[in-house]
Structure formats: C-alpha cells, structure tokens
Write a protein that binds this ligand. Sequence first.
Ligand code: ACO
Length: 431
Amino acid sequence: MSEKSFTLTNNETGGSIDLPMREGTDGPITVDISSLFQTTGLLTFDPGFMSTASCESAITYIDGEKGILRYRGYPVEQLAERSDFLEVAYLLLYGDLPSAQALLDFRALIGHHTMINESLTQFFDGFHYDAHPMSIMVGVVGSLSAFYHDSLDIHNPRHREICAHRLIAKMPTIAAACYKHNVGEPLIYPRNDLSYVGNYLRMMFATPCDDYEPNPVAEKALNLLFLLHADHEQNASTSTVRLAGSSGANPFACIAAGITSLWGPAHGGANEAVISMLDEIGHTDNIDKYIVKAKDKSDPFRLMGFGHRVYKNYDPRAKIIRSVCHEVLEKLADPDNPKFELALRLEEIALKDPYFVERKLYPNVDFYSGIIYQALGIPSSMFTVMFAIARTAGWIAHWMEMISDPGQRIGRPRQLYTGATQRDYVPIAER
Ligand code: ACO
C-alpha cells in the first residue's frame, strides 16, 4: 500500500483533506474516497462510473489505451493460442493455471454437473414458442435458485465452489434448451464424453432422430469465442452480479441479474445488433450513408460493435476474432462471405473517418463474433446467449472473490438529489 495522498481543497471554505492514494499491481493510481463523506459530508458524483473503481479485484486486467487484456496476469493472446475455455474458467476461479491432474479433475467435475433437474426442464414449456432465448435464459437461470438447497450457504467456501461448478456446467444445457424450445424440438441431454464445447454443439444441433458429431473446426472456433468472452473486469453485467450479490442474495439469482444486464444492445446484445446492422446496410455501396447516420447526433443509429468504455484502441479480442474469421469461413462456409467482406470494409472506412478517429472508436469483441456464430449455424437470437455461457465463468469468479473478501459490504451508491424540496400534501379536492 502506498503512503501517497491526494489533497482535495474546498475553494469555498478553504479547508482541505488528504485522501489516501492506492496503487494496485498494475493500472492507474486510485484515490480512496471511502472516508470522504464521513469526514467532510461531501459526496462524489460519477454517473456511469467514468472514474470510479467500484472494488478491488485480482481477476482480470485491462489497459484500454494499449489494448491489453489479461486474465490473472496471462495475456489473452497467449491463452487464445494455447489454452481452452475450461482451463481459463479454472484460472479465473482459482487464480492459477491448473496442473494436468487438476484440469482433468475439473473437467470431470464440470461434466458431473451438466444435467439440470428434470423438473426444471418443464419450465421451458411455460414460455411462448417465439420467446427470445435470452428471456428464457434469464427466467430459467433465476429458477435454479429454487433448487440445490444442499449448497446454498454462501458463507461456506465449499458451497460457493459447488455453486460455481454447477453454473459453469449447466449453462450450456440451459442455453441449448432455450434454442430447442424456439425451434420446437425436444431437449437433448448432455453427453459427458464430449468436450464442453462439443457437448454444447451437440445439444443444439442433434435431434432424437439424428445424432450430431461435433465438427472439430466448429468446436475450436467456439472454444476460442468462449475463452475470449470469459471475463472482462467490472463491466455492466459483472458489476450487476456483484451488486446483486453484495446483499447476500442467492448466487443463481445474481447470475440471472447479470444475464439481464448483458442482454442490452450497449453490452452483450451488441453481437446480435451487429448482424442486424450488417443486414440493414446490405451492400458496401450503402456504407457511407450509414456512417453519416452514425455520426448524426439526432439519429439514434450507432455503429454497433464499435466503441468501448475502456478500450481506446483496438479491442484485443476483436483482433483475434477477426484474424480467425478467414480460417473459419474458409473451412465451414462461403470463404467469400459477403457479410464478412461488408464488415471489413465498414471497419476500414470508419477507422479512417475523423469522427471515429477523434473519439478513439474501434471494433469491439462483438463486431466480428456474430459472423463466426453464423458460420457455425447459430442463429443471431442466440448470440448473446453464447456470450452468457462464456461470461458465467467470469461472473461467478467475481461473485466468489467478493463474497470471500472479509471487508465485503453491501453495495449502496448515493445520489445527487434534484427533486422537489419539502412541500405539504395537498388534499385531492384542492389540487
Ligand atoms: N457509433 C457512433 N458513435 C459512437 C459510438 C458508435 N458505436 N460509440 C460511441 N460513440 C460516440 C458517442 O456518441 C460519443 O460522442 P460525443 O462525444 O460526440 O457525444 C462518444 O463516441 C463517446 O461515446 P459514449 O457513448 O459517451 O461512450 P460510453 O463509454 O458511454 O459507451 C459504448 C460505450 C456503450 C460501448 C458505446 O461505444 C456504444 O454504444 N457502442 C455500440 C454498442 C456496442 O458495440 N456495445 C458493445 C460494447 S462491448 C461489450 O459490452 C461486450
């Protein structure tokens, strides 16, 4: 901990206060304002958390200016090249890479929990056939809170661990069942001899009449996408999970809250919105028109998959996904995929446009991911569901980190009140 302090002077009273400055292992110095209100009666104002570190965390590090992303210190590029999603999930949960035996055990444990309680399978029937799969997922994952009472003491580290394993294991089963409900096919049960990703693809694409052998190219591509989406420090959905969990709430319900936050088009819902946008643009000839729309403040249209609160440089995840797009499209679909060509051209034009350059707006993780999902045969309504499967590893790692922190307290932001000051009730006859 640093001895440095930050002096805050009140120009009105001339008084000043020294606030401790804290240094993490990497990243900006942080001014600790937690005692400010108690000592001065002043609040700080930071809507959207533009300058606020909401917690301490040792899980993921981002340097937005340099385009750096590391899970537990490991550069995401190295993990993308050499690791896989389940190993990364282990890394996020436990802090270090597993030994060969620990990884085998972890894979087996996750396999052990892939089934969902049979009565939960009936929940899907309560949804209309054309319900958005994210709406089904929010409901069904929230409903997990009604099960597994054997492991719901959040103050018991072993219970927290079992809960994390259950969530990581059951999310693909729930996600695939959301899809099956949409297409009117029976739910396919998990098969634990397959890999995490292979099992998911089979649960999505097999039917009772036709089994499905996971295509190794599809498996590799999806594994990479899951790995790249596994965590991203204190983004909106992770912060939602933390805030919901800070009251001691049921962890399954907290993850459902995270899924809700992820769904929005400014966050994880952007991957679906990118494909709709590319469909709407239709042809490279129309790009200029849409760039004008994106820059027009009176037009709600934004270039989806562009811009990021933290990255003011190319999102490293987008760089990796863009580079594997060619390979996946070549092996699985039309190598001259017109949507990919359109996306590449759109990126090229936007990155030369002063509006995007000045605001440091670059493609984010969602810009190219949908093109790969489509090549795998996954419909766009399922894109954010795919994101949720992967991000569950990060959400639950953050929830565990928060609950196991002895200094943890309920998250309770304050406000700058701008409503009416005190006034007296007026009887209805006099209004
Ligand atoms: N298209 C056009 N203009 C944009 C875009 C965009 N995609 N993104 C930001 N801008 C502009 C804003 O209008 C604003 O301009 P101004 O300074 O003239 O007012 C400026 O760039 C800064 O943007 P903010 O919205 O203030 O930035 P913020 O950090 O609050 O928002 C966000 C970040 C939500 C990601 C935004 O860039 C956006 O809406 N992008 C499109 C949606 C998207 O792709 N979301 C996925 C993000 S990644 C993820 O969550 C997995």
